[in-house]
Design a protein around this ligand. Structure first.
Ligand SMILES: [Zn+2]
Length: 550
């Protein structure tokens, strides 16, 4: 790791107020510094676009369910073998792997870095399977990684809510985050997964009792959003609402936002929760109504979960959704219970531009992006690999930046359900490079509370991506010329050359140790893992100390 000067590029660093300003970016000992000696290694970035490294706020790359998806899809391994990259000598052994919608671990790290992304969060890890996630991140080179811990369908939390023990629920959430080595609280279909496991097939409303009348999706949301706030966690509670993928679910989504009104909360893959219903219960875009709510509520942030056409693998803790998708698509299926904690379902799927519902979903995602007033709170995701692969981000960026291209694509898709939608009526907006820098790095870093990422100010982590301008924005963003990760030049002239290990981002909030007494009893009675063996133990990297809004 040596001193490095990225000279003369046009710098897009929205957090520092730099919108295409020509200047040098200097790096030493893994951080951005004010200057380096004249004999430091220099990269000529004249005429090129310089941004902080990409930050993915919501992806699925390292979890028990991701690994299960790999096992479900041997045909993908055969179709997309990934040769080991030609790393320089002295680098760690480079590894072969497989690609497809769910790449193997090493290939995931190489391909993210090859896109200019340097930080990735896995959005859904069952605490019981947290060891798997750490082991997989250990094998995912280059990117810094962390994960969100699934809560909200776990037996112990539901019992505490039923007993009215809010303070204990907060301590339990803190203990669980530390035990799993996670970064934030994730809630998926609050209460709905548990109810489905009990045999209930009806939709879960916000006030549907989950066993006890005290335990409802509303109460679960209030408890967990309150816990994130009280614990001062860097990222707000990350919420996947009830009723994913169902016509009319926009009402549930807005009701969920109202339920935590005034408190910081992040609503994920909003596209999958933005469907209005026609009088006959058919599909319609609810994007405008929903994004207007988001626009008017600064405490709410979202990622879009854009659908991209082509093969995907849907995988989620939302078992009921995957049951419905399996039934309607007839595709192969995995569904399992993670004992007393959460669910897990996986169905491979294909979004087709000639299919009416796929076209509507694609259009709704774009509407959310294009009608959003504040890009800092409406950030980019495809919910990889659910709505599309992370490898589709450059194509998505082109759709946002290039109206002529977007309209051309729009004309080709099935028009049945998009007639009368905002996109079909015509939206002129084209994202600027500055706005792309916000939705792909500055915004996610800020929402995650990562003070040293998503910007190029003095002291920031030296994660930098350099792109060669190209009128085809898809090509431009797919093939950065240079990528620096933690001060190490990993991509040189478009080739992956170095593959340092990434860091683990995790938190260890304090809690009242009294909570462990009840937990130990619970584990002794019901769990297959003993209480003492459950926590992942200390990790190589120290817990992250940042907190709150930055
Ligand atoms: Zn997801």
């Amino acid at each position: 790791m040596t001193a490095l000067r990225i000279a003369g590029g046009r710098v897009y660093d929205p957090a520092s107020g730099l919108d295409g300003v020509v200047r040098d970016i200097c790096i030493d000992a893994g951080r951005i510094v004010a200057d380096v000696p004249p004999d430091a290694t220099a990269i000529d970035a004249g005429g090129m676009v310089v941004m902080p490294g990409g930050v993915d706020i919501h992806s699925h790359v390292a979890s028990g369910s991701v690994n299960l998806a790999r096992r479900l899809l041997p045909e993908e391994h055969d179709a997309d073998p990934a040769l080991p990259p030609g790393l320089l000598s002295g680098q760690p052994q480079s590894r072969s792997g497989t690609g497809g919608t769910v790449p193997s671990t090493f290939t995931t790290g190489y391909r993210y870095a090859g896109l200019g992304y340097t930080t990735v969060f896995d959005a859904a890890v069952a605490p019981l399977a947290a060891r798997t996630s750490h082991a997989e991140f250990d094998d995912t080179p280059i990117v810094d990684g962390g994960f969100f811990v699934l809560m909200g369908n776990d037996e112990y939390l539901l019992r505490l809510i039923a007993a009215g023990e809010q303070a204990q629920a907060r301590d339990y959430a803190a203990w669980l985050l530390g035990a799993a080595g996670g970064y934030a609280i994730k809630v998926v279909n609050p209460g709905g997964v548990e109810l489905w496991k009990r045999g209930v097939r009806a939709r879960t409303g916000l006030d549907t009792p989950i066993g006890s009348a005290r335990v409802t999706p509303r109460a679960i949301l209030e408890t967990l959003v309150g816990a994130s706030e009280a614990l001062g966690l860097p990222h707000a509670t990350h919420i996947h609402c009830n009723d994913l993928g169902v016509p009319g679910n926009v009402a549930t989504t807005i009701e969920s936002m109202r339920a935590v009104d005034g408190r910081r909360a992040h609503f994920t893959h909003l596209q999958f929760h933005s469907y209005a219903a026609t009088d006959k219960g058919g599909w319609q875009s609810g994007a405008r109504e929903l994004i207007e709510y988001v626009n008017a509520h600064p405490e709410v942030s979202v990622d879009v979960g854009q659908v991209m056409f082509g093969p995907v693998t849907t995988l989620t803790a939302d078992g009921p959704v995957e049951y419905l998708l399996h039934k309607s698509s007839g595709r192969k299926w995995v569904n399992l219970d993670i004992e007393l904690e959460t669910g897990c379902g996986i169905v491979p799927y294909t979004f087709k531009e000639k299919a009416a519902v796929s076209a509507l979903q694609w259009a709704i995602g774009l509407e959310l992006f294009l009608l959003a007033v504040d890009p800092w709170r409406v950030v980019l995701s495809t919910d990889h690999p659910n709505g599309g692969s992370f490898l589709a981000y450059p194509e998505l960026i082109r759709l946002l930046m290039d109206r002529a291209y977007r309209d051309e694509r729009l004309a080709r898709v099935n028009q049945t359900l998009i007639a009368g939608s905002a996109l079909a009526d015509g939206i002129a907006r084209e994202y600027t490079l500055n706005e792309i820098a916000i939705v792909t790095r500055a915004g996610p870093a800020r929402l995650l509370g990562l003070r040293q990422k998503g910007h190029l100010g003095i002291g920031a982590d030296a994660d930098v991506t350099v792109y060669a301008p190209d009128p085809d924005f898809s090509r431009m963003f797919a093939t950065p010329r240079f990528v620096v990760k933690g001060g190490v030049l990993v991509v040189e002239e478009g080739q992956l050359r170095r593959a340092p290990a990434g860091k683990r981002l995790h938190v260890r909030p304090g809690f009242d140790a009294a909570v462990e007494r009840g937990l130990r009893n619970f584990f002794e009675k019901y769990a297959t893992v003993s209480f003492d063996n459950y926590p992942v133990g200390s990790l190589r990297d120290a817990p992250y100390k940042g907190s709150g809004v930055i």
